[in-house]
Design a protein around this ligand. Structure first.
Ligand SMILES: Nc1ncnc2c1ncn2[C@@H]1O[C@H](COP(=O)(O)OP(=O)(O)OP(=O)(O)O)[C@@H](O)[C@H]1O
Ligand SMILES: [Mg+2]
Length: 254
């Protein structure tokens, strides 16, 4: 069994931003050729490993590149360069309702997601009651998920993710919308997941959650990991220094 389910080396990600280069929409229409582009380097060489059974939190200001990092791991984006090695089944919880089809019912979405995450239809059928009960959405399970509240979406997404026998859980803030009772249930489930050897990489702005579950923190700023250590080592410095990067990435004109 491999002891580093997540391994990143020199990961880089750039986005291209386009600018109208004009002060108004009318001017933009008249001077459409003036459009310019700039390269936004969001991740500028990120390397780290996450060991089996470890829970690692990524900290950083808005726009620091945390969601981009998780999206790269979930294969939503391709890296500009660098390598990502993931060993084991990955269950991503990237944003509220991501992966759900709004017009399908909760039940249909459970099947759809279960299969996308690697289960057979039969395996989903065997687990569907456990998934729905854990999420506590039975009453609404035949309603389209577009009618769900934010908390209900988070509950169903989390419940599916922890019932598909994933080895790696990627969680981007989505648990923040759950109520107190569900949050407690999630933490209990996360502990159970880790005891069973599961590995977690998560993003949160809620430092009490980070202290509660993380073994290790990575502070992402200006596209790099600027500090790494236990929550007690990283959080006070993160809160005191609060990073130099309010706008995300380093831009260069193209
Ligand atoms: N698809 C995209 N195209 C262009 N720019 C993008 C794209 N996705 C993200 N960015 C830019 O990358 C930077 C990092 O965004 P990201 O969503 O990863 O930040 P974050 O750390 O998750 O912030 P937050 O705490 O607000 O969730 C931002 O400047 C954002 O505008
Ligand atoms: Mg984000």
């Amino acid at each position: 069994m491999n002891d580093t389910p997540i391994s990143l080396r020199d990961l880089r990600k750039e986005f291209v931003l386009s600018h109208q280069g004009a002060a108004s929409i009318k001017a933009a229409l008249l001077w459409w050729k003036r459009r310019s582009f700039e390269r936004l380097e969001v991740l500028r060489g990120v390397s780290f490993d996450v060991r089996r059974g470890e829970c690692v939190a990524v900290l950083g200001r808005n726009g620091a590149g945390k969601s981009t990092l998780l999206s790269l791991l979930a294969r939503v984006y391709k890296p500009t360069s660098g390598t990502i090695a993931l060993r084991g089944r990955v269950a991503p919880l990237l944003e509220l309702g991501a992966g759900f089809h709004p017009d399908l019912t909760g039940l249909e979405n459970v099947f759809f997601n279960g299969v996308v995450l690697g289960l057979t239809r039969r395996e989903v059928a065997e687990r569907v009651d456990a998934i729905v009960d854990f999420a506590e959405v039975r009453r609404h399970i035949d309603a389209p998920v577009r009618t769900y509240s934010s908390g209900m979406l988070a509950r169903l997404g989390f419940s599916i993710a922890v019932h598909v026998d994933a080895e790696i859980l990627l969680v981007d803030e989505v648990l923040a919308v759950g109520d107190y009772a569900f949050e407690r249930k999630c933490y209990a489930k996360i502990d159970e997941f880790r005891t069973g050897g599961g590995t977690i990489l998560f993003v949160s702005h809620e430092m009490s959650d980070v202290r509660r579950v993380a073994d290790r923190c990575l502070w992402l700023s200006e596209g790099r990991i600027v500090l790494e250590g236990t929550p007690d080592e990283v959080i006070p410095r993160y809160e005191a220094g609060y990073g130099p990067d309010p706008d995300g990435g380093t831009a260069t004109s193209l």
